[in-house]
Design a protein around this ligand. Structure first.
Ligand code: PMP
Length: 351
């Protein structure tokens, strides 16, 4: 017997690499290549450090009000966390506390099984079809909850609204979490349905479409009841999750709606250009509605290409996992960055 027998042992999630070098092309963690809105810089320049003496507002009311205005959802139906990872972890802890297994796709965000293991939640992975689409029938049996990213990561594919609504409507006794981390790049949000289904929680983030991965802001929207339970768990864990400056940064980002829409459109346009170039080079991929493309090549080994790209200073993501080990996930950078990727691939030969 040692103290180690009392330790909670977990196999942690492995985030994408954050290399120190500055002169690389970083297409490995789905960050936004453009800076945050100018108003964010003003917040940081003018921030009164005297305020840091005091604890932040535990209810994050300023940012919740700003989100309420932006999304047309009452503030008491909004929960804010330190990135959507924090929101999702809290949601797993709060809503997935039964004996039945929770369900999620076999190819999906690789944090879900980590949280399930950490919180000792039984889970079942439902295999996506060969073409990476969801079979709604997989989610109609008994379960302890459901989590589905839409669009999915790392495939980039968006499931039709009817499919997801069928899953939500058929599971009134489970909470269904739709993780919309990538929805702003041309996807359709389930948000309008939170009024119809009190078991639907929609989770979003400022990390991708608002260029604020470094600030850590995520949020969930759902029925008043869902948000109430989520708050109870949060306040039983850490009341002050979000710091003062981050709250102000979030509000500033929401205030510049035009910049947000412009950035998303630039990324969509670059993505569509990259799709055409990759196809011409012998790649195929599910039709991405995100800020990344999940591509496989007719001849080249993905792992080898991943390493050769890295040696050339171009970082993409490779998952050494069943069903997806022939793919690379390539985030959409600036047009110049994508051009350099394509130039590299045009002269690439695999030995
Ligand atoms: N959900 C999905 C599907 C993601 O890919 C990510 C990014 N790793 C997240 C949630 C978490 O993003 P963040 O914590 O930065 O909001």
């Amino acid at each position: 017997m040692s103290w180690e027998s009392n330790v909670r042992r977990v196999i942690p999630y492995v985030p994408g690499e954050q290399p120190k070098e500055k002169d690389i092309i970083k297409l490995n963690t789905n960050e936004n290549p453009y800076p945050p809105a100018d108003a964010v810089l003003d917040v940081i320049r003018n921030f009164d450090t005297e305020d840091l003496r005091k604890y932040p507002d535990p209810t994050v009311s300023g940012l919740r009000d700003a989100l309420s205005d932006s999304y047309g959802v009452p503030a008491d139906q909004i929960f804010v966390g330190v990135g959507s990872d924090d929101v999702l972890a809290m949601s797993f802890m709060t809503f997935f506390h039964g004996d039945k297994p929770i369900l999620f796709p076999d190819i999906t965000y690789s944090f879900y099984d980590v949280w399930a293991n950490e919180f000792e939640i039984p889970f079942q992975c439902k295999p996506l079809r060969e073409d990476f689409t969801i079979d709604p029938a997989d989610y109609l049996g008994e379960n302890g909850g459901i989590v589905i990213p839409n669009p999915n990561a790392p495939t980039g594919l968006e499931a039709p609204q009817e499919v997801l609504e069928q899953i939500v409507a058929s599971n009134p006794n489970s909470v269904v979490i739709i993780d919309e981390a990538y929805v702003d790049f041309g996807g359709q949000s389930m948000l309008p349905l939170i009024e119809k289904y009190d078991n639907l929680l929609v989770v979003m983030t400022f990390s991708k479409s608002r260029s604020l991965a470094g600030s850590r802001i995520g949020f969930a929207m759902g029925s008043k009841k869902l948000i109430g339970y989520l708050n109870d768990v949060k306040y039983s864990f850490n009341s002050y999750t979000m710091d003062r400056m981050t709250m102000a940064i979030g509000c500033a980002s929401l205030a510049d709606h035009k910049y947000f829409l412009d950035c998303c459109q630039r990324i969509i346009d670059t993505r569509e250009w990259t799709k055409r170039e990759l196809s011409a080079l012998g790649f195929s991929f599910p039709d991405s509605h995100t800020n990344f493309i999940f591509a496989t090549h007719e001849k080249w080994q993905a792992k080898q290409l991943f390493e050769d790209l890295k040696a050339a200073g171009i970082y993409v993501r490779y998952f050494n996992k069943p069903r997806i080990d022939a793919y690379l996930r390539i985030s959409i950078g600036t047009m110049e960055e994508m051009q350099r990727l394509i130039d590299f691939l045009k002269q690439y030969e695999q030995v």
